[in-house]
Design a protein around this ligand. Structure first.
Ligand SMILES: Cc1ncc(COP(=O)(O)O)c(C=O)c1O
Length: 480
């Protein structure tokens, strides 16, 4: 078969891709064979983001998606967007349509400095690069620091969107357990010692200390201080990923790692995605100058510069409106949705389930009995037209199989209640099925007798340290 044969119009009709090929023919085994020898070795370790895979399914209108990390962009006033855009067009049309400097426009950096000041940090514009979202920061930092096999430390669970980045640069990711106070810095220290004994030093520590995605927990102030101390003692770089710090529903803010560190070892990732719009694709990185210079080179190669139109739009918005008012309105909306989801979990999830109670951010992390595999459960849930992110998406080592991430920002309260009811139903079916198969014993008893029978003690790292702050137990409403 020649290339021309391959592109010949398909007699069977149907939708054609721009190259004239039917979409469903894209990945036949012949195709794979034809191209396999051409792929770079790093593609072997590339993984698809769990979220990207789910997007196709959860886009269907009948599906209630508690899977994505979608902010509620419908709450942004369309007339504000119209006013901001038309002023940008009137005042800055030629620049908006033009390329810009790789590091970003000065006026956008001033807006970034304002956001960082609201979180207790001072940023010198010289130390900032404006990026295509926070996601690009993770990519550029990894590209800058990681050779294949280098160690990155991350939380267990970690941000699912970081997993494909670390995989594609062939990093060796070591995940540190968390509890309700965030990353266990004592375990981090032990891990660093163990790695040092093997002659290995992590290239960087990746953490989402505030309202973590996916776990919803926040690192306590003593752990923050200790983490920064460790970075100084051992001269380790830390990437602090902070998209959610301003979305706080209760309590008072803790100092960021960047504020504690003063810009020596902590690289900082910020984004407009969750406080304004992910459609802008606008984020930023603040890092020590030598690291920033390398990141700049990486960005030049990746995309030359971040969209000038998005950058000027943000500037126009900051000039014309008080961005904090919108963040306040989001906070009100999300607080109610979080509470709705917590109440629905208590009502519809079986007593064996446990979950976190986030003081901010967008996610609740649910841990189910370990005989439930949430990837299988997702297939069942999708039949009920509801979606979540299976916990394994947040691990690089196969753990997390009995956990799930639930998002409460992207659905209204009725959808949250209904979505949780549907997931609760499939979870309860699984629990009942397990009970039948194990002769009606409770999961805990069955697990204990299973362990006793096999006399296999659970090895370190084989167990997910739970992060429950609240569960279905304890006298709250529970469906009988
Ligand atoms: C922890 C974390 N980091 C980074 C990102 C990337 O965000 P964006 O590229 O939209 O700025 C997200 C998005 O959900 C996130 O949750």
């Amino acid at each position: 078969m020649t290339i021309d044969d391959h592109h010949a119009p398909n007699a069977a009709g149907g939708s054609e891709s721009p190259t004239g090929r039917r979409r469903e023919q894209r990945s036949t085994s012949r195709d794979l064979e034809r191209y396999a020898g051409l792929f770079a070795s790093r593609t072997r370790t590339m993984r698809s983001s769990a979220m990207r895979d789910l997007m196709a399914v959860i886009g269907r209108p009948e599906v209630i998606s508690l899977a994505g990390g979608l902010p509620d962009t419908s709450s942004f006033p369309p007339e504000t967007l119209a006013a901001v855009t038309s002023r940008m067009a009137a005042e800055d049309s030629a620049r908006a349509l033009q390329y810009g400097p790789t590091e970003g426009l000065p006026e956008t950096k001033r807006c970034i400095a304002e956001v960082m000041a609201a979180e207790g940090m001072r940023a010198d514009p010289e130390d900032v690069i404006v990026t295509a979202g926070g996601q690009q920061v993770i990519d550029l930092v990894t590209k800058t620091l990681i050779d294949p096999g280098d160690v990155v430390i991350a939380e267990a669970p970690t941000y699912p969107g970081a997993v494909p980045v670390f995989s594609s640069y062939q990093a060796d990711v070591v995940q540190i357990e968390m509890d309700a106070d965030g990353m266990r810095v004592d375990l981090l220290e032990e891990t660093l010692d163990r790695l040092a004994r093997d002659g290995r030093t992590p290239k960087f520590i990746y953490t989402v200390p505030t309202f973590q995605n996916p776990a919803g927990v926040t690192m306590s102030p003593p752990r923050r201080r200790r983490l920064v101390e460790l970075a100084h003692e051992r001269e380790l770089l830390v990437l602090e990923d902070n998209p959610y710090g301003l979305l706080r529903y209760e309590g008072t803010p803790d100092a960021t790692l960047r504020a504690l560190d003063g810009g020596v070892f902590v690289m900082y990732l910020g984004t407009f995605s969750k406080i304004l719009s992910p459609g802008l694709r606008l984020g930023w990185v603040v890092a020590p100058p030598p690291v920033l210079d390398k990141i700049n080179l990486g960005k030049q190669a990746a995309d030359l510069c971040t969209s000038t139109m998005s950058q000027l739009l943000v500037h126009s918005y900051f000039e014309q409106a008080d961005w904090r008012d919108y963040v306040d309105s989001l906070t009100e909306i999300y607080r109610t949705r979080r509470d709705t989801m917590l109440d629905a979990l208590a009502e519809w999830f079986p007593r064996e389930a446990e979950w976190t109670r986030p003081a901010g951010g967008l996610f609740i992390w649910v841990t189910l009995p370990d005989f439930i595999d949430t990837t299988d459960l997702l297939a069942r849930a999708l039949r009920e037209n509801v979606a979540f992110v299976p916990g394994s998406a947040a691990y690089l080592d196969g753990r997390g199989h009995s956990s799930m991430r639930l998002n409460f920002s992207g659905s209204d309260e009725d959808a949250i209640r209904e979505g949780i009811r549907r997931i609760g139903k499939v979870v309860e079916e699984q629990v009942a099925l397990y009970g039948t198969l194990t002769g009606g014993r409770s999961p805990a008893v069955a697990r204990a007798s299973q362990a006793a029978a096999s006399e296999q003690p659970e090895g370190p790292g084989a167990q997910v340290v739970p992060m429950p702050q609240r569960s279905a137990r304890g006298g709250r409403a529970h469906r009988s």
